[in-house]
Design a protein around this ligand. Structure first.
Ligand code: G3I
Length: 379
């Protein structure tokens, strides 16, 4: 449209008062977001981990909570090798297929977890029929079959995979797992090469906990950078967000986030904030830890004291302020579970405790932090 015509139109509109109305409409305050996924849209995906009951939509109210508050899902357990590949010649697809179908039905981003992990591996994976450890060649062949089968089945549907999970120790060295013992220090490289060949369209990530510990962070950096320098595609790092009310500090997490973002996309993959005292010194997510039940380590059986609830909400806010500061580097933030009722934290490292680590209460009501995070995203 020519300039003169536009100016005539604007004059006509202003005379009729339309532009002032148009201007008022144009400057009307945006409707506040009604959910976490809507609030953070344009910054990063807001995700959650689904258990089997949630995947099969056993509770309509919980399904509604998941699909209204989150835009990304990851399988908490059903895609792990012990679950999906229980015997060498048998895959169990029912739950993983239902998980992917859930994501497609509700138009959600679907993340696969996890292809190669020393934990939750099926008994047959590392041994032969006589129970002896297999050779490097045999294990590589078995993992190539495992990874290729999964990625080809879900190609174009599962858009990103945690290819290798928790291969680095706190001191930055490679974990002494069966993968390392049998294949050797290049085992991680082979897993990523298998995944890259199987589904060139999928994004491929390394995922780990306690990434804020400087030595561990640098060990992860060396590992991933070394692969990338050899032309092996690693699209980024998943920083598991298993944390406590005071550890890690925002500064420590931020330092690691900045450093690991040099490698590509960063995802906060397993955010939960435990409110309970830690048996032992370490804040980690070493799933093999197990401590006998002690009553004094389960102080909030009857509910969370207000002071602790406020600290928890403050922690969620300060962490999301950090994520928003670095939203250009972060593609996804995923809570490791939907409500406090389904959190692994209730049984780790001590079974039978009552924890409050997530954004939604046991009755599915939102904690005060949810409204504060939605408001934060708007500022
Ligand atoms: O499904 C069986 C059930 O049939 C059986 O009756 C029951 C007996 O204990 O076990 C059930 O399986 C449990 C499974 O969770 C499903 O509930 C396993 O024992 C239990 O070990 C498993 O724990 C999971 C853990 O990983 C180990 O796979 C947690 O739910 C899950 O939250 C946790 O998630 C890991 C991430 O994958 C990686 N990062 C750390 C994170 C926390 O450990």
């Amino acid at each position: 449209m020519k300039t003169t015509a536009i100016s005539f139109l604007l004059v006509a509109l202003s005379a009729s008062g339309c532009t002032s109305q148009a201007q008022s409409v144009r400057h009307a305050a945006p409707r506040p977001a009604s959910s976490l996924s809507e609030a953070f849209e344009g910054h990063f995906l807001m995700g959650t981990a689904l258990n089997t009951a949630q995947i099969f939509e056993k509770n309509a109210a919980e399904t509604s909570l998941i699909t209204s508050q989150f835009s990304s899902i990851v399988a908490e357990n059903c895609m792990k090798s012990e679950s999906i590949h229980p015997e060498q010649e048998r895959f169990f697809w029912t739950e993983a297929d239902a998980f992917v179908s859930f994501g497609e039905k509700h138009d959600m981003h679907i993340q696969g977890h996890t292809l190669a992990w020393h934990s939750q591996a099926p008994a047959w994976l590392f041994v032969d029929a006589q129970g002896n450890e297999v050779s490097r060649e045999v294990l590589l062949d078995r993992m190539q079959t495992h990874i290729t089968t999964l990625l080809q089945r879900y190609q174009g549907r599962v858009v990103g995979w945690d290819v290798v999970n928790e291969a680095v120790l706190d001191d930055g060295s490679l974990r002494d797992s069966a993968f390392l013992r049998i294949i050797g220090p290049d085992w991680v490289e082979h897993m990523f090469r298998f995944a890259q060949a199987a589904d060139p369209s999928a994004k491929l990530f390394y995922n780990d906990y306690s990434t804020w510990k400087p030595e561990k962070r640098e060990g992860i950096y060396r590992l991933v950078k070394g692969l990338q320098d050899k032309g092996v595609r690693v699209d980024g790092v998943g920083m598991q967000g298993h944390m406590g009310l005071h550890t890690p500090t925002v500064g420590a997490f931020e330092e690691a986030l900045v450093r690991l973002s040099e490698l590509g996309e960063v995802m906060i993959t397993e955010l939960d904030i435990s409110t309970l005292p830690r048996p032992g010194k370490d804040v980690s997510a070493e799933v093999s830890l197990s401590v006998a039940y002690q009553e004094e380590m389960n102080p909030f059986r009857q509910g969370l004291p207000e002071s602790v609830a406020q600290r928890l909400n403050h922690r969620f806010v300060e962490m999301f302020e950090l994520f928003l500061r670095h939203r250009a580097s972060i593609s996804r933030v995923t809570t490791w579970g939907v409500t406090d009722a389904s959190s692994w934290r209730n049984d780790w490292p001590m079974k039978g405790r009552v924890d409050y680590p997530l954004l939604f209460n046991r009755d599915r009501s939102p904690k005060p932090a949810v409204a504060r995070l939605i408001a934060l995203a708007h500022n």
